[in-house]
Ligand binder design. Structure first.
Ligand code: FAD
Ligand code: EPU
Length: 346
């Protein structure tokens, strides 16, 4: 591994290991790893290093990527930290957060300041800069509801740009950023949060969890506590077993297909997705296809949650990807439904 180089705003490492930088814990190397502490350095980097034309991999905390090979070019990560309240009229506030802040730290910071809205998104791993990429969501909330603007380095315009909420093109686990490939490097996100949030309690299990905690009159903080308990019980912890959360998106199909599948398979969970479409539970399909807990070497499907692909130890990214394809093929054969990976697969 080469010695770190760079200037005050960034550092550069040659032939860097990414094993500690992805929650699957798979081995892969970056030709050049650039860690940016000052977003202003992106303009300089764009002129001097290969940030212009070459494929670029922007990495946050690596909790939604599957690396199946080395990345010979540049891997860029934004390490800028800082939270700034832009304005606060006592009811709502706009808060700009640098991309390198930990998402969950920011959620707890916002709750401690008395701002609500993000409580259902507690314990989602990753960096703030990655939150808009797939429009993170959980327990009946999506982050797009709270994003006022996203600041990014635009590799096409070769300039910093600010996209408002509509320009971000958010939908379920998707955004303009995700669709634009490696065009944008998100440097900061501005949130609009309120001191009087309408609590979201309708997702399955939430009210029961609050009741089990003895909470009668929930607040954002106690709701966050209930969500955290649910998540700890349901999802494997990447510190114990490598994973990237849900490996597939919940498939959104036409209402007619959903109806036919639900007639044939009693109990298949489904949610209306608007415009004549229905979202189905990928976990249920995988479990019913007999794949929950499956293991091929160190690559496996979690026995705790059928939607989570796990690395039991030394699986390679390629082995995990082979297993994911087996899951996809089996579900397609059994139910005629196509599953799409949620993480970025390299
Ligand atoms: P990375 O994995 O590093 O990157 C993810 C994608 O974003 C890549 O395409 C990358 O190129 C891009 N990217 C990252 N940072 C930037 C940037 N600054 N600029 C431009 N592009 C960037 N997700 C949910 O939505 N809901 C959940 O409930 C949830 N639960 C999870 C539970 C577990 C145990 C795990 C491991 C993951 C879970 N995830 C969940 C997925 C993951 O936490 C989120 O997608 C998170 O936002 C990824 O953040 P990251 O910093 O690790 O991004
Ligand atoms: N289910 C099974 N078998 C399982 C697990 C779940 O059949 O092993 C069925 C159950 O019927 C359950 C239903 O699937 O009621 C839904 O399960 P869960 O509530 O765990 O949610 P999910 O649809 O599997 C989604 C997100 C999660 C998010 C949770 C909570 C996607 C792809 N995943 O999972 O996000 O935390 O809802 O809102 O939308 C992630 O994106 O990485 C992620 C973890």
């Amino acid at each position: 591994m080469g010695a770190p180089a760079g200037n005050e705003g960034y550092s550069v490492l040659e032939n860097a290991s990414l094993r500690e930088r992805n929650t699957f814990g798979v081995q892969a190397r970056a030709g050049l790893l650039i860690e940016v502490r000052e977003p202003a350095a992106l303009a300089e980097l764009s002129g001097s290093v290969r940030l212009r034309g070459e494929p670029l991999l922007v990495l946050g905390e690596g909790s939604n990527v599957l690396l199946t090979r080395d990345w010979p070019g540049v891997v860029l990560t934004i390490a800028a930290r800082g939270i700034e309240v832009l304005d606060d009229d006592g009811a709502t506030a706009r808060i700009r957060v640098q991309a390198g802040e930990h998402w969950n730290d920011f959620v707890y910071w916002s709750l401690a300041q008395g701002f609500g809205g993000l409580e259902n998104l507690v314990l989602i791993p990753g960096a703030v800069g990655a939150a808009p990429i797939q429009n993170i969501g959980a327990y009946g909330t999506e982050v797009r509801e709270f994003i006022a603007a996203v600041d990014a380095w635009d590799r096409e315009a070769i300039a910093m740009v600010r996209l408002d909420n509509a320009q971000c093109g958010f939908s379920y686990r998707d955004s303009h950023f995700k669709r634009a490939g490696d065009r944008y490097v998100v440097t900061a996100v501005t949130f609009a949060l309120t001191r009087r949030p309408a609590l979201r309690l309708d997702y399955a299990g939430v009210r029961d969890e609050l009741a089990a905690m003895g909470v009668v009159d929930p607040t954002p903080a106690t709701l966050a506590g209930a969500i955290a308990r649910l998540r700890r019980r349901k999802l494997p912890d990447p510190a114990q077993v490598g994973n990237a959360g849900s490996f597939f998106k919940n498939p959104v199909v036409g209402d007619a297909l959903a109806l036919a599948l639900r007639r044939e398979h009693a109990g298949l969970p489904a949610w209306p997705a608007g415009e004549g479409r229905t979202k189905l539970s990928a976990a249920w399909l995988i479990e019913r296809a007999g794949l929950k807990g499956l293991r091929e070497g160190d690559a496996g499907i979690s026995a705790r949650h059928a939607l989570v692909l796990v690395n039991h130890g030394r699986a390679s990214g390629a082995q995990l990807w082979a297993l994911a394809q087996r899951v996809r093929d089996t579900v397609r054969e059994r139910f005629g439904v196509d599953l799409e990976p949620e993480p970025r697969v390299i």
